[in-house]
Ligand binder design. Structure first.
Ligand SMILES: CC(C)(COP(=O)(O)OP(=O)(O)OC[C@H]1O[C@@H](n2cnc3c(N)ncnc32)[C@H](O)[C@@H]1OP(=O)(O)O)[C@@H](O)C(=O)NCCC(=O)NCCS
Length: 319
């Protein structure tokens, strides 16, 4: 077995890496939300200034049988390395995953990282190796989220009449950017992360603009925000991505600012976004911590059901 890094300028190699990743994930996760080839192309070919990414390959007899991703945050959490490991079912339990893990550890150590984090997801009905593998590699659980799925249409939640919904697609209009940035930063500070000790990312105008520009290349980005009619203040937002060419949406942030809570704005903003989707989009994925009772109840009341359990695991990188 040979482990090396993908040359991100090699289009054919990028396609192989993505294909092996997707087949490995789908083998035991029928509901997995997998990065589309188009989204992978954007990430692999236009480096971010906030993350240094490397894609590893495990090759046996000239065939790629396992892949891994290493993401080194550069702006915050610079002690952490984020990783993912996937091995084709035909080559599991032969040490390929462990070899990729060791290569990830070595690179993380060389980059001065002291801990490795990763998301490990298992289907609620299909047994998967992810959790056992992570534990065998020395990782411990730090946070848990449920992956939920809803078929559209979901039951609509009306908007509190004291508010109006302001929606946009792609880039946030100039007149709302200040309010949107304040809400994005509140979200990053408020989102529950369990025992993960992480610094919240701080998004400024430049970082928002760069992120919007990258995301729009792979996703139809849709935002619904609530504005209080009485004074024009924004009370919350919900962010939804629809990967280009797919039939599903991916629910990202939903935040209601502290002084605007208690008006069902979260559910109203989500359902405003879903109601606006083109008819070919027939389902939506979301993630919620099971102990985030408010959001979990909002989601299940709308028609979301739990399909996978996601564990955020962490392991120490020894010097
Ligand atoms: C998890 C995964 C990467 C493991 O790859 P692998 O090449 O089979 O792993 P290895 O053969 O190197 O196994 C290393 C150790 O992990 C543990 N392990 C791996 N698969 C296991 C399973 N099905 N049940 C129990 N333990 C398991 C064992 O301790 C194993 O050591 P051993 O074989 O000496 O007992 C692979 O099953 C996979 O790609 N699954 C789908 C994607 C995924 O869940 N990735 C993990 C998220 S980061």
């Amino acid at each position: 077995m040979h482990i090396d890094a993908l040359d991100p300028t090699d289009a054919a190699a990028r396609a192989v890496w993505h294909d092996v990743m997707e087949r490995s994930v789908r083998a035991d996760r029928p509901h997995a939300l997998v990065t589309t080839p188009a989204a992978f192309e954007v990430t692999a070919t236009s480096p971010s200034t906030h993350y240094d990414r490397t894609w590893l390959r495990a090759t046996v007899d000239g065939t790629v049988v396992g892949v891994a991703e290493l993401e080194l945050p550069l702006s915050e959490n610079t002690d952490v390395a984020w990783v993912e490991v996937q091995v084709l079912p035909s080559h599991r339990r032969q040490g390929v995953g462990r070899a990729l893990w060791e290569a990830l550890i070595e690179r993380s150590r060389a980059a001065g990282r002291t801990r490795i984090g990763g998301e490990v997801t298992v289907d609620v009905d299909v047994a998967g190796a992810a959790h056992d593998f992570a534990v065998a590699m020395g990782a411990v659980e730090k946070h848990r989220e449920d992956h939920l799925l809803a078929d559209l249409p979901v039951r609509a939640t009306p908007v509190d009449p004291a508010y109006e919904v302001v929606s946009w697609r792609g880039r946030c209009p100039d007149e709302h950017r200040g309010a949107y940035l304040a809400m994005r930063n509140q979200m990053n500070a408020d989102v529950p992360v369990g025992e993960l000790e992480l610094e919240a990312a701080v998004v400024d105008e430049e970082r928002l603009a760069a992120s919007e520009e990258r995301l729009m290349r792979a996703y139809d980005v849709r935002v619904a925000a609530a504005r209080r009619r009485a004074d024009g203040t924004f009370g919350g937002y919900s962010l939804l991505f629809v990967p280009h060419g797919t039939d599903y949406g991916w629910q990202d942030d939903t935040l209601v600012m502290p002084e605007h809570r208690g008006h069902r704005l979260g559910a109203a903003l989500k359902s405003a976004n879903y109601a606006d989707l083109p008819p070919e989009v027939t389902s939506v994925h979301t993630w919620t911590a099971p102990d985030n009772a408010a959001m979990h109840r909002t989601n299940t009341a709308m028609g979301f059901r739990v399909v996978e359990r996601m564990y955020e695991m962490e392991a120490a990188v020894r010097g």
